[in-house]
Write a protein that binds this ligand. Structure first.
Ligand SMILES: Nc1ncnc2c1ncn2[C@@H]1O[C@H](COP(=O)(O)OP(=O)(O)O)[C@@H](O)[C@H]1O
Ligand SMILES: [Mg+2]
Length: 360
């Protein structure tokens, strides 16, 4: 039995269908990330699981216990769910010390004083903040406040950890450190976690599985590797990791190779599949790191010729945009190049082909 099961969840705010019939499960101890652009319904989903907001329809079940069932009119209030929710804004009480902040959830649960002190100490030790117990929130950095917020949630041993963009307020370097630390803590405690973010690198590095959302719907569910290597739609190929897109028409299919002709007359060989029939409109996506600058007489298949029209300095390397027909194809190299003609090699295996008229 899954630890958490969400099925057919919907939430309507007036005319806005914030969540549109989504279903997913989390196994015990799993780290699941809801990933998608701002406004796609991530927080609404998380709040529905926590019970902070009543969904319009669907069903939510944790450890075999039904928390919400729209058709049965069943709604378990948040205090009876034992879910731990941590927000992007740490929401610590400014007039309470760190220790009192962390003790608060135990006080409202009527835990005895002596036990509270021990649990607070344990919880602060988990987040390596035990020496800050007597400080006030304003005497802490953002990263430290975030740890205290997490300690305040872990102290009551929630059955489920719900994190809504918890690292978004930290600066880039701290964010990276907090990421490593959070992942370590989560696997050490083996606590089932639903993490919400719009940041694809966070999702790729932290998750056991990613649920990609857009417009209140689930677009794909998979491991970070599955999502990155085999994106289900051009939107996902672009949103996660970034991709180059080339539109074309299938010209011929020979054995396991389909030849796609691009509007400017150049061609690309891609792996054939049953849907790639001659005449079919396709969008080919390829990651910038799979595009290589080569000599114009390189013997490899799939050479594309164009002109470098943009250069961006990234520190360790440059990213260039080459105009191919009406599209720009990005690639990266350590070489410092000007606005010159360039030949790019793209291996057929690195091409993901979407057989429909996408927006790209
Ligand atoms: N309380 C609310 N009232 C009206 N609309 C809301 C409310 N909360 C969220 N929405 C709308 O629902 C959609 C999803 O919001 P949200 O779940 O917060 O997105 P995300 O967390 O992915 O950025 C958005 O269009 C948002 O404007
Ligand atoms: Mg949100």
């Amino acid at each position: 039995m899954p630890k958490l099961s969400v099925s057919g969840l919907t939430k309507q705010f007036g005319d806005v269908r914030a969540v549109d019939g989504i279903s997913f499960e989390a196994k015990d101890g799993e780290f699941i990330t809801l990933l998608g652009p701002s406004g796609c319904g991530k927080s609404t989903t998380l709040f529905a699981i926590a019970g902070l907001d009543r969904p319009t329809g669907g069903r939510i079940q944790l450890d075999g216990r039904v928390f919400f069932d729209g058709s049965a009119g069943l709604f378990v209030p948040p205090e009876a769910r034992n879910c731990g929710l941590v927000f992007q804004s740490y929401a610590l009480w400014p007039h309470m010390t760190v220790a009192d902040n962390v003790a608060f959830p135990l006080r409202v649960r009527g835990v005895k004083k002596k036990q509270i002190a021990a649990e607070v100490e344990k919880s602060l030790a988990l987040v390596e903040m035990e020496s800050y117990a007597q400080r006030y929130p304003h005497e802490l950095s953002g990263g430290q406040q975030q740890r205290v917020a997490l300690a305040r949630t872990l102290v009551f041993r929630p059955s489920l950890l719900l994190l809504d963009e918890p690292l978004s307020n930290l600066d880039a370097k701290l964010r990276l450190r907090a990421r490593g630390w959070l992942k370590q803590l989560q696997s050490q405690l083996n606590i089932t976690t639903i993490f919400v973010t719009h940041d694809q690198t966070e999702a790729l590095s932290l998750s056991d599985r990613i649920v990609v959302m857009d417009g209140g719907r689930i677009m794909q569910v998979g491991t970070p590797q599955e999502i990155y290597q085999d994106p289900a739609t051009p939107f996902i190929a672009d949103f996660i990791g970034g991709s180059n897109f080339l539109s074309g028409t299938v010209a011929t299919v020979t054995g396991n190779v389909a030849l796609v002709s691009l509007p400017d007359g150049q061609t690309l060989s891609v792996s054939a599949s049953p849907e790639l029939t001659p005449g079919r409109q396709v969008t080919v996506s390829v990651r910038p790191e799979e595009v290589h600058l080569v000599h114009e007489s390189d013997p490899r298949p799939n050479l594309l010729h164009g002109r470098i029209v943009q250069r961006e300095y990234l520190g360790p390397r440059y990213q260039y945009s080459v105009s191919i027909g009406d599209r720009l194809v990005r690639f990266e190299t350590v070489e410092n190049l000007g606005s010159v003609d360039a030949t790019l090699a793209v291996s057929p295996e690195s091409c993901t082909v979407f057989a429909f008229n996408g927006k790209h």
